[in-house]
Design a protein around this ligand. Structure first.
Ligand code: ATR
Length: 482
């Protein structure tokens, strides 16, 4: 029996992907650095299945049909380079290595070039959906050597989640690191959504004094409407979960959020490309602040007020909170698509944004019903520069804005921090302001550094300098933007 594909790295995601492939009719060879895990797997979860356990990379490679397809599911970073290095002498021209971990997209671009120079093909595939998704249908975002797609596409599309009438949540994304880039931005948006939901929870708990069961009920109800999404669904379940002693689990979890880097990478790339992804960055920094628990405990004794329940009509306020959360989801998603557009132009990736919306519609952590509207927006206008200009988005956000403002006002008055929800509103107000205060920034820059400015009454590209103090002289620095 020879294998259609091989997988290296039998941690939980790797194992579940193997079982998913096998369930879909593919024979899979497996290898893991710690060999006992191979035996445990083939004699345990994979017992009786078309899974071939191997005890060396030589044996692993010898079991694969040509062109060989090797999926690597190991820890991102050096481990991926090490595995590639060890595989290279064993593989032939035309073989394919697929990195399914959360690798940094620049690493994927480099590896693609290095392997292509050796006549091989490399694919960086973002895989989302957690362990459950890996087993039953993840969202897969592959990019790299285009020629690999016809060889791996049938396997990936078979194991991926499906939306509508069987559309797989897996399409070719683009060259080099495009697949891992899209996965990185997916995770960035996930940071915004998790944080915005956590803020809504905190507003209900601190501001409205609601119980866990009541909050769980609200999230369950929201999940039946426009907010329908995996993260809202699991939040409802989390809030009502009790342990054996009958205590709510949520109440004893330490309030320090961890992170593995994809949110930070999204913000780093946004800064590099000059695209405001303000909700993701607030979400990343909110996790950083959550981590400074000792400082927060200390500060809570110095800065005491205000900290009072809201004086609002609860039913009306919950509607407003719903609208704030929904608007924040939409704005974060719009910002993320603008970012991917900028990256696509910078790195010359021909990304199909409607296909990205479909890849995110099912299987993955950010799956939600509004992604169908994003798909439709890009189908209607593939060159859409900002989703906020699509009719669906603009009308939904405008409808949400009165409630959104009431939530930001009430929380600010009562001292409850909602950095993602409030920065979403600031972005919206900043975007819809044809005139803003940046004239003053330009004046300050010209005052202290002779950085020059353009004028409203002259053509763009002409730069002026004012001698603000009367003794600054006429020398000015060159105008340029990073
Ligand atoms: P987890 O995903 O549970 O956090 P991990 O430590 O990140 O686990 O490792 C995931 C997979 O990467 C494992 O299969 C691991 O192999 P071991 O079972 O032998 O630990 C694999 N892995 C990590 N570093 C590796 C390396 N340098 N070379 C080969 N495989 C490696």
């Amino acid at each position: 029996m020879s294998a259609d594909i091989g997988l290296i790295g039998l941690a939980v995601m790797g194992e579940n992907l193997v079982l998913n492939m096998e369930k879909n009719g593919f024979v899979v060879a497996v290898f893991n650095r710690t060999l006992s895990k191979v035996d445990d797997f083939v004699n345990g979860r994979a017992k009786g299945l078309k899974v071939i356990g191997t005890h060396s990379l030589e044996e692993f490679v010898s079991k694969l049909k040509k062109p060989r397809r090797v999926m690597v599911m190991v820890r991102a970073g050096d481990a991926v380079d090490k595995i590639i290095e060890m595989l290279l002498p064993l593989l032939s021209k035309g073989d394919i290595i697929i990195d399914g971990g959360n690798s940094y997209f620049e690493d994927t671009t480099r590896r693609t070039k290095e392997l292509e120079a050796k006549g091989m093909m490399f694919v960086g595939a973002g895989v989302s959906g957690g362990e459950e998704g890996a087993l039953n249908g993840p969202s897969i975002m592959p990019g790299g050597t285009k020629g690999a797609w016809k060889e791996i596409g049938p396997i990936f599309q078979a194991i991926a989640a499906k939306v509508k009438e069987g559309v797989p949540c897996c399409e070719w994304v683009g060259d080099g690191g495009a697949g891992h880039y899209v996965k990185m931005v997916h995770n960035g948006h996930e940071y915004s959504c998790c944080q915005a939901i956590a803020e809504a929870y905190w507003v209900m708990k601190e501001g409205l004094g609601m119980s866990n069961e009541e909050m769980s009920g609200v999230f369950s109800e929201w999940n039946l409407g426009k907010l329908e999404s995996y993260l809202i669904e699991i939040t409802a379940q989390i809030l009502s979960k009790k342990d054996e002693q009958g205590t709510y689990v949520i109440d004893y979890i330490l309030d320090k959020a961890g992170q593995k880097g994809t949110g930070k990478w999204t913000v780093m790339s946004a800064l590099e490309l000059g695209v405001p992804v303000t909700l993701v960055s607030e979400a990343v920094f909110a996790r950083c602040l959550s981590y400074q628990k000792e400082d927060r405990v200390f500060a809570s004794n110095i800065f005491t007020g205000p900290r009072e329940p809201f004086k609002v009509d609860q039913k009306q306020f919950l509607n407003d909170l719903h609208d704030s959360l929904y608007a924040s989801f939409l704005v974060s998603c719009a910002q993320c698509f603008v970012l991917m557009g900028a990256a696509g132009s910078r790195y010359k990736w021909d990304i199909d944004y409607a296909a990205v919306a479909h890849m995110w519609r099912g299987g993955c952590i950010i799956r939600s019903s509004y992604l169908e509207n994003i798909f439709q927006a890009f189908q209607l206008n593939p060159a859409l520069s900002n989703l906020m200009f699509d009719h669906f988005f603009s009308s939904e956000i405008q409808k949400c804005s009165p409630g959104w403002r009431r939530v930001v006002a009430a929380t600010s008055k009562s001292g409850v921090a909602i950095p993602v929800i409030s920065s979403g509103l600031s972005y919206y107000d900043g975007l819809r302001a044809a005139s803003g205060p940046a004239n003053l920034i330009q004046a300050q820059r010209d005052y202290f550094g002779a950085h020059t400015y353009e004028r409203l009454d002259r053509n763009a590209g002409q730069y002026f300098h004012t001698d603000w103090t009367g003794h600054g002289g006429s020398t000015h620095s060159q105008a340029y933007n990073i």
